[in-house]
Design a protein around this ligand. Structure first.
Ligand SMILES: *Cc1c(COP(=O)(O)O)cnc(C)c1O
Length: 630
């Protein structure tokens, strides 16, 4: 038997671009398994395949999510240290007081880990709604940490923020629209507490790509300049001007181009200066979110990438702010960012199992067609016989035309199903041969580019795109996807992925690339009886919380994993939702469902033991996982 050529870890890493997007947290090990190094490349490593196998041995079903709290800690530390280092480098006299916007991922482990890791840095949290503020107020933060509140506010939201103020927390109420000012003034008098106020400024500068609309003069949030001037006057009249401590400006999420970031900082810093000149005692310049994650590893301003590093981001914010305020003789502000995506994206891996492969026809060389076959089938056979590197384009054209004609004749009832099957077998075989020829050319003709996708396998993966990777569907976000094992074998197949939802949008057919977007993912041929797991990476930001229950597929189970010199430890497993839980979201109780079914069973002609077994099975189904389980 021919054994496959062994692949070095480096070769596999280059195919899946691991060093480009992995930020030092992931690599390919010597035994061809994908490894996680939560404390960075010098720290201890664990094989993701082994972690998944340990969870399976515990009886945990797939799909599941792996969370690495150590990666979250590292990201919080890296963000804070990047700002402290940049401030030291430029002799900046203010400091950094970042906050984590909880909307990016409010899961308990995430929130508590970020709060704990951020404590030494006085790192705070940001709320965009009442429930988020309620959640945040009860967290164990450093007394010096900021709590910022964005989003539209009603009386209760403002009251909650003012209560937090009364409890000694640094809750800043950001005015998102002009009308909120009167509300805050009234309620702070009513409760007898001075607020800490921020004003959100509508940046003229826009981000780039997906979230462009978050910035610009038409943005949903923020005050216009006439409104800001008016707000300062009102606060002065009310004797509350001393409460206006923060200017807030957010250009959007995933800002891929550092020039856009700089432009926004310049504009915001200028406004900070101007507001101080109007008499507002601002101390904080809050530059919002936008710190991008390099999902495809290309280090470009492509929408799934970022053309700057974390330290470049910090340095630019610090440097540009310093330059602007010093030119106007104003003191250095305390810098605030609300970076969410960049903190949480890396810590979470979605693990999928491939449960089936759908392969297009034509893999094997077809037999000659029978005497009675349709003339067009025979023509396809002749085309196949004549195919050579000299005429492959012409042969492909002819074959394609023959296939189309046959389809038309079939619709008119003039071609049998058997002939159509023979024709498709032949066409796909020709297409495969043509693709093999075209691959060896220095340049692939445009018309043949789609062949790769046409001929790719479809790997059926046991998951719902809508629950676990909503952004892949909603905004065509790209995520790195890598097989967890067999990375020392060359991946000989090309595939796209499909989920198990009954929705044709439940598929992934765009993959990361350094120069473009790949149409297929290199994978290995499945081996019977051997599980094949795919890891989807950088899914810790927004995916959990935006996921939906399409087809009633529920939240997936999650394992919290810590890696040390002794190996990995699964610290906790939180089960995913059961069928009855996802059904309950639609307003049905399992009790009612059971009663409905029981009535049917009682009226049926089943034997008593069948009736019992049936009801028992139904109950077990309600309590079971929503995904496929065999
Ligand atoms: C969503 C949001 C953020 C988080 O942005 P990221 O790009 O994820 O860092 C920060 N601030 C505000 C006001 C937001 O709405």
């Amino acid at each position: 038997m021919k054994t496959a050529r062994r692949f070095s870890p480096k070769e596999a890493e280059e195919i899946y671009l691991v060093p480009h997007w992995g930020a030092g947290f992931f690599r390919v090990g010597r035994d061809g398994e994908l490894e996680v190094t939560p404390q960075g490349p010098q720290g201890p490593a664990a094989s993701l395949q082994e972690i998944v196998e340990a969870l399976r041995d515990e009886g945990r079903p797939l799909p599941l999510v792996l969370r690495f709290p150590q990666i979250l800690e590292a990201r919080v530390r890296d963000l804070n240290e990047a700002f402290l280092k940049a401030m030291a480098k430029y002799e900046y006299r203010g400091t950094y007081r970042g906050v984590y916007p909880v909307k990016v991922n409010q899961r308990r482990l995430v929130l508590e880990t970020v709060a704990r890791a951020g404590r030494p840095y006085h790192f705070g949290l940001e709320a965009g709604s009442k429930p988020e503020l309620a959640l945040i107020l009860a967290q164990d933060l450093s007394p010096e940490a900021l709590i910022t509140t964005n989003g539209f506010k009603d009386d209760d939201f403002v009251r909650l923020a003012l209560m937090g103020r009364k409890l000694g927390r640094n809750v800043v109420i950001t005015l998102e629209k002009f009308a909120e000012l009167a509300r805050v003034v009234r309620l702070s008098k009513e409760l007898g507490v001075k607020p800490l106020l921020g004003i959100r400024y509508k940046l003229k500068a826009k981000g780039a790509g997906q979230w462009e609309a978050s910035g610009g003069e038409n943005a949903k949030f923020g005050l216009t300049t006439p409104e800001i001037v008016r707000a300062v006057e009102i606060l002065r009249e009310e004797g509350l001007l001393d409460t206006l401590v923060m200017l807030h400006a957010h250009i959007g999420s995933q800002v891929t181009d550092i020039r856009k970031v700089k432009q926004a900082v310049r504009e915001a810093a200028q406004t900070y200066v101007q507001l101080r000149k109007l008499g507002a005692p601002l101390q904080y310049l809050n530059l919002g979110g936008g710190l991008a994650v390099d999902y495809d590893g290309s280090k470009t301003n492509f929408y799934a990438s970022a053309n700057y590093t974390l330290s470049e981001y910090a340095e630019n914010l610090v440097y540009v702010t310093k330059e602007v305020v010093e030119a106007q003789g104003e003191p250095h502000p305390i810098l605030v960012t609300e970076s969410g995506r960049a903190i949480t994206a890396y810590h979470q891996v979605l693990v999928l199992e491939v449960i089936d492969v759908i392969t297009p026809p034509g893999e094997k060389r077809p037999d000659p067609p029978p005497e009675e076959a349709h003339p067009l089938v025979k023509e396809l056979w002749e085309s196949l016989q004549s195919l050579s590197p000299k005429n492959f384009q012409e042969v492909y054209h002819d074959a394609f035309a023959d296939k189309e004609t046959l389809q038309t004749l079939y619709d008119l009832g003039l071609v049998s199903l058997r002939d159509r099957a023979l024709a498709e077998e032949l066409f796909y075989h020709i297409a495969r041969r043509v693709q093999a020829i075209a691959q060896n050319l220095p340049y692939v003709p445009d018309e043949l580019e789609d062949l790769e996708k046409l001929l790719a396998d479809k790997l059926v993966c046991n998951f719902s795109l809508f629950q676990s990777l909503p952004d892949a569907w909603a905004i065509h976000q790209l995520f790195p996807i890598v097989p967890l094992s067999r990375l020392h074998e060359p991946p000989t197949r090309r595939a796209t992925l499909v989920d198990i939802s009954c929705d044709s949008d439940g598929k992934i057919d765009r993959f990361i690339d350094l120069h473009d977007v790949r149409q297929t993912l290199p994978v290995h041929a499945l081996r019977p009886g051997e599980p094949y797991y795919l890891g989807v990476f950088l899914v810790g930001a927004y995916q959990d919380v935006l996921g939906s229950h399409h087809n009633l597929f529920g939240q997936v189970g999650e394992a919290h994993v810590v890696v040390s010199e002794e190996g990995f430890a699964i610290e906790r497993y939180v089960p995913g939702e059961s069928a009855e839980e996802t059904i309950a979201r639609m307003g049905f109780t399992s009790r009612e469902l059971f009663q409905g079914l029981e009535k049917l069973v009682r009226q049926s002609r089943l034997s008593p033991s069948e009736k019992g077994a049936f009801l028992e099975r139904y109950t077990r189904e309600l309590q079971g996982y929503t995904y496929l389980e065999d």
